[in-house]
Design a protein around this ligand. Sequence first.
Ligand SMILES: [Zn+2]
Length: 433
Amino acid sequence: MNGAVLVTGVRPYGEAPCDLLIDGSVIAGVFDVALRPLVLSRVQPARVVEGDGLIVLPAFVDLHTHLREPGGSDQETIATGLAAAAAGGFADVFAMANTDPVTDTPERVAWIRDQAAAVSRVRTHPVGAVTVGLGGAQLAPIAELADAGVTLFSDDGRCVDDAGLMAAALSEAAEHGAAIAQHAQAHALAGAGQINAGFASERTGFAPWPVAGEAAVVARDAVLAAETEGHLHVCHVSTARTLEVVRQAKALGWPVTVEATPHHLMLSDDLAALGAPLFKVNPPLRSRADVAALRRAVVDGTVDSIGTDHAPHTVAAKQCGWPLAAFGMTGLETALPVVASVLERDGEVDWRLLNRVMHDQPARIGGLPEVADQQVRAGDEATLVFVDDRAELTVNAARQRTKALNTPFQGVTFRFAVVSTLIAGRQVHGDLL
Ligand SMILES: [Zn+2]
């Protein structure tokens, strides 16, 4: 085992301390710390690294990343976006299709994959558009895109408003084992929405974005999923009403999965009502009751996955007054601290639950079963994230890897921080190894 590394005293899933032996790209052993003399009598690792109580988990999977390239490199580049992903503990990211040009041909899928592979080890999975040019009028070549390896389709940024197109998309994607990720925003109800309807819209005078604009689309799409046996994945669910619809659909066994974002789990519309465009996001920040319902839905399993909806923007696009400001927040580098904080109860975090919603389930929804099966155990790939749960991390946009400054958490201090990220044994972030 020349070159093997023994990381001592780390806690898989936050449980009892273990020594982790990493040999090349794989985990060669997960040993009780008391047995260290036995391990060291058999193995002479090239290095022994003090893990000092760090939590170790399989590295995260994000089904909802906006890398902005091609076409938006003033906001983010594939290189800066993937550096942010690595810093956030992500080994796999799904790059949304709303770029310029839109990812709606196999050639554009290949271009993104090639660009990403040239600059980062973070595994980049291009999302295919549902409709040509995100135009909402004509189905994209789903079969061709699936043949090119696309496992997730989405017009995210826009809703597939047309029920006929949505049904056709679900059917066709299902033939290729792929899911349709819907940005649920009924045009007639919420097309012009700027801020949560109710207190926030009344307080600010900005156009209301009502709960029904989301829940009604999810109800419709859940029926279409049941009828077509296609997999509906609901992006960034934000309201208690939508969760009621989803619970019904799941109870009936309909093929529906649901994503929540870290920001919707922590921030509410009273913050948005203060009027700073950094808090402008789509769907909007909702009421505190919705935030509480969303947290419960993560704990009870109604929410399947956390997706960051990392949406980098230029300073100009966010500093121009609320009505003109772009929707969106960065999220890759704050996802772990925010989600761990939200799940914390009496000082303890359910790391198994966090692993399910940030690794196992997103990997499975995204069509990566071999990634979903990876655990912290002997024989599995050393694609891991090391987390400090006694950190004092104050978010500073200027020090993040993302090119963009539009984090909503500027100046906020978290107890949780990503220390290091490994992909197949190679450190892609941090200096632990
Ligand atoms: Zn969206």
